[in-house]
Design a protein around this ligand. Structure first.
Ligand SMILES: Nc1nc(=O)c2c([nH]1)NC[C@@H]1CN(c3ccc(C(=O)N[C@@H](CCC(=O)O)C(=O)O)cc3)C=[N+]21
Length: 285
């Protein structure tokens, strides 16, 4: 029998707590100095139960950090034009410092057009073309929250992407694509895999860093994890199930994120942190 040793867990809950504490201190200081608390606008189209829950989590976390949130709930029948108009109003409203449009918005809406109606200086969720460009070039700007949280976790655990083979499974606009760009900006050799990839297992087996971000429960199995690889599970599926088969992957990886308690809390911490940064700039502080 071969002896196996389980991976170390990357504790997103603990790191996120420290980031949120620091963010709360910055928010309090800003409020004291300017008389205005940072404000995040959350926009939700429709009433998908999972989306309602995620948005509520973000609002609760804002409240605890001294960030005001303003919620805009729109009916599922909202058109692209109506959503764009709402986002333009929030973009022009000096009382709002950051804007989050919860994804997904429904198939009849042009989500890209909606994202582009968010003013870049308020794009604390990192979803606009402007933010994608700064992420891709490794320039300062707002990062997509889950990708930004992932890179922060890698830093915290001493994983330097430079020269490593990173395999990103998934290519969505606010998760797969930008996380690959952030890793490329950190000098990783990045491969994107997606629904048309012919041999996913073969690609994953080459990876020093695997980022699973497709929304397919337990797609990535331990047998495809290179021994010693770093495994990041960014999948969110119903029932808090990730894209990685944790029990088998933990036996091969050197570091692995749990679900829950890994990438999820880091996503929200990044959102709050960027909201306070945006507010600071807009309030001239
Ligand atoms: N514009 C936009 N930006 C997003 O960042 C965005 C989005 N749309 N749409 C939906 C996904 C999903 N998402 C999560 C955030 C936190 C947890 C999270 O904190 N999860 C906890 C578990 C939560 C629980 O206990 O129920 C954890 O993993 O430990 C999960 C998922 C952000 N998203």
């Amino acid at each position: 029998m071969t002896q196996t040793r389980a991976a170390r867990l990357m504790d997103g809950t603990a790191l996120a707590r420290r980031i949120v504490e620091d963010t709360a201190r910055r928010a309090a200081e800003l409020t004291e100095r300017t008389g205005t608390a940072p404000c995040l606008a959350t926009v939700l189209v429709g009433e998908d139960p999972a989306s309602v829950t995620y948005v509520r989590m973000k609002q609760n976390r804002c409240r605890k950090a001294g960030i005001t949130s303003r919620h805009v709930a729109l009916p599922a029948t909202t058109t692209t034009d109506e959503l764009v108009a709402t986002l333009r109003e929030l973009s022009a409203d000096p009382g709002v410092h950051g804007i989050l449009l919860q994804h997904p918005v429904g198939d009849h809406i042009d989500e890209r057009a909606a994202f582009e109606a968010i003013a870049p200086e308020k794009d604390v969720d990192g979803v606009t073309f402007a933010s994608f460009a700064t992420m891709s070039f490794g320039l300062p700007g707002f990062v997509s929250c889950t990708p930004g949280g992932i890179v922060r976790l890698l830093d915290e655990y001493g994983v330097d992407p430079a020269g490593k083979r990173a395999v990103v499974v998934g290519r969505s606009a606010i998760l797969g694509k930008p996380v690959g760009m952030l890793l490329l900006a950190r000098d990783a050799t990045v491969t994107y895999c997606h629904s048309r990839t012919r041999d996913l297992s073969a690609a994953v087996r080459e990876a020093d860093i695997v980022v699973a971000a497709v929304g397919r429960p337990r797609l990535i199995r331990g047998q495809d994890v290179k021994p010693g690889a770093v495994v990041i599970d960014a999948g969110y599926n119903p029932g808090n199930v990730g894209d990685v088969d944790f029990d088998s992957a933990v036996e091969r990886a050197s570091l692995i994120t749990p679900v829950p308690g890994g990438v999820g809390p880091m996503t929200i911490a990044t959102l709050l942190e960027q909201t306070v940064t945006a507010a600071g700039r807009q309030l001239g502080a």
